[in-house]
Design a protein around this ligand. Sequence first.
Ligand code: GLV
Ligand code: MN
Ligand code: MN
Ligand code: MN
Length: 398
Amino acid sequence: MLAEIADVGRDPVRGGYSRPVFSSGERTLVDWFTDAATRRGLDLTVDRNGIVWAWWNPAGAPLQDAVVTGSHLDSVPGGGAFDGPLGVASALRAVDVLQARGVQPARPLAVAVFPEEEGSRYGVACLGSRLLSGVLEPERALALTDADGVTYAQSLTAAGLDPAAIGRDDETLGRIGTFVELHVEQGRGLIDLDAPVAVGAAILGHGRWRISITGQGNHAGTTLMADRRDPLLVAAEVVVAVRRIAGRHPGARATVGRIQPVPGGTNVIASRVDLWLDARHVDDLVTAAVVAEITAAAQGAAAIEGCAVEVRQESLSPTVDLDPQLGARMARTLGGAPVLDTGAGHDAGVLAARVPSAMLFVRNPTGISHSPEETVEDVDADRGALALADVLADLLAD
Ligand code: GLV
Ligand code: MN
Ligand code: MN
Ligand code: MN
């Protein structure tokens, strides 16, 4: 199935795939999904927040207490082929397996595709599930802008959605009895365990901060070194401090993956630099301490260079324990699958606050993700989809 979309949204410059939400690449994948779901006899709906639902409800029961699976089809810039699409393709494959087995679900089953899981276009990860569950104000989402200044409201309109309608949607949430997201594993956990599939346990708390450093834009040739107030120099010090400070807190992960100097000319001393900090730890207090230390380091470096610093939190997700009873039940169904924490964020982590949620991870033999080197072997993809089918069958029998 993934071979059918292997050419969509390839990034010739970065390598891998760049499929930001509401780009033509991501929309092509959503069309691919709706076609594939329709071919399987599923009923398609799109909710107020742009989440696409494919329903299998042979008993004609009311759309409530549904078993829901699915993932996302957007990607980070230069991402791999599996982060998101593996969960969606596996969900469709699991439907095939259940249909071939002659399963007649006693509860509705749905496959869901969530927009802007990565937050790579609008800066807030899991935007669709946050809006659905009401942890993000619609006004804030609508005003978010991408790198070209296009607002989320404009993107929604262009995609045929109504910006005025987004926000907490208890009717849709109320239909979900259980949510299970299958995902490529994004680290080395399953390699180390020598196992193809694991059940998810905790999702590390994580957040994003924008650090804006303001200096004096000037001429690269005429400005003496002693006269400069160069925010890019401060940014460099911040990047070094991030590594140093995170290294002092066992288990912390802190990253600067994006820096934007303004105006960004070779012969121009920047007037401002924006950089984005991603910080994570299983203990939310440690994440806060790491960010506070980085903020202090940035302020110190800025003072020496005559620059100003502003640190703004763009998103924060506390550590989430996925439903332990559901996880234990799934591990039993799978004959004793291992249980694994993850440092990556997921819509399942957002939904977990409102509905029993669980995850399945599928081995990634490189242990690398958010990179073209992310991979899954065919045999493991198959094991993952069959594991998902078994889990869904068990849940649907209730
Ligand atoms: C999303 O994949 C994230 O964890 O950043
Ligand atoms: Mn993902
Ligand atoms: Mn991702
Ligand atoms: Mn993710």
